[in-house]
Design a protein around this ligand. Structure first.
Ligand SMILES: CC(C)(COP(=O)(O)OP(=O)(O)OC[C@H]1O[C@@H](n2cnc3c(N)ncnc32)[C@H](O)[C@@H]1OP(=O)(O)O)[C@@H](O)C(=O)NCCC(=O)NCCS
Length: 286
């Protein structure tokens, strides 16, 4: 199918939201997993945020003048993050997804690396990304629920402030080998980021205890303390986050705490990649 790729504009928000909502609902329903975009309103909120921010590279694919697909790339960090990518259900399997991905990769050609998160049950996206050079780096699960335990002694967990940004960015650089300063600054304005301190030093931070933000900790125990402390600030809310399966003890602890694993996912990458040390929880892009 012949498609033309162009930059997305605010007037594309509604059609991109509909395509994203329907495409993700369709693949998730077919596999009996929850979708990342449970309502059209939520999809519209996210797509609007992406298209209206200069920090994201947004494209649409058009066929005969109609938008049939869209894709987004997070430009906040030197390592770019792709997602979401969606093609109208009626136009899938005809090469549009590949054209969107090629355009996104072209948009990120100067980056040292590009990463994305994919749902491991999705054979179309796995094959598409692998054929374009992406490799699976970090299998993880989406966890959801409320912790039974109260915050731990010996840690101070508090909302992040602008004075914490440099220390959090240095922790990320040391443990994950990448610079996410701009994303941490973004979280300060748009989400509810937290830090966990031990003896006056930041040992863990989260940009958001949700799929929207990543978290980094020196150890699995520090991550536990961060999660329990952050949860105490919103005890009425279900928490959701991405948990790499290599942290077997942390996974078991989450299950004992009453959380549920909802679906299998993975971080994929092209270009520079260093497997994080310590403990990290990926965001919706990496
Ligand atoms: C994933 C998605 C973006 C791919 O777009 P598409 O236009 O359908 O895909 P394309 O026709 O460009 O195919 C690209 C590759 O995907 C793979 N693929 C496509 N459909 C497939 C299917 N039904 N089963 C297995 N692999 C498939 C093939 O490897 C194909 O390459 P090839 O045709 O050159 O062999 C699209 O199917 C979609 O919107 N899915 C729902 C939302 C989604 O899963 N987004 C990605 C989230 S991580």
């Amino acid at each position: 199918m012949n498609v033309a790729i162009r930059r997305a504009q605010p007037s594309d928000i509604d059609v991109c939201a509909r395509i994203t909502y329907e495409a993700f609902k369709d693949i998730s329903d077919r596999h009996l997993f929850p979708t990342d975009f449970p309502t059209l309103e939520f999809a519209t909120e996210i797509i609007e945020l992406l298209i209206e921010s200069p920090l994201f590279f947004d494209i649409v694919a058009e066929s005969s003048g109609a938008v049939v697909g869209c894709g987004f790339m997070d430009k906040r960090n030197p390592i770019r993050g792709i997602g979401p990518v969606s093609v109208d259900r009626a136009f899938q399997g005809r090469g549009t997804g590949r054209e969107i991905m090629k355009a996104l990769l072209e948009g990120g050609r100067d980056a040292v690396g590009i990463r994305l998160v994919h749902e491991s049950f999705n054979m179309a996206s796995l094959s598409l990304y692998a054929s374009l050079g992406f490799e699976v780096k970090e299998p993880f699960v989406l966890m959801e629920g409320k912790f039974r335990s109260q915050p731990q002694h010996g840690f101070e967990v508090r909302p992040m402030t602008s004075e914490d940004v440099a220390e959090c960015a240095a922790l990320c650089e040391k443990l994950c080998g990448c610079d996410r300063t701009s994303e941490i600054e973004y979280a300060l304005n748009d989400f509810s980021p937290f830090v966990a301190c031990k003896q006056g030093r930041i040992v863990a931070y989260t940009c958001a205890v949700s799929a929207l933000g990543h978290s980094v900790a020196e150890t699995e125990a520090d991550m536990q303390a961060l999660l329990l402390g952050a949860a105490a600030y919103s005890s009425d809310r279900l928490l959701a986050f991405h948990l790499p399966l290599r942290y077997a003890n942390l996974f078991r602890w989450c299950l004992q705490e009453g959380l549920r694993a909802l679906k299998p996912m993975a971080v994929m990458a092209v270009g520079e990649y260093r497997s994080p040390e310590g403990c990290w929880l990926p965001s919706f892009v990496y």
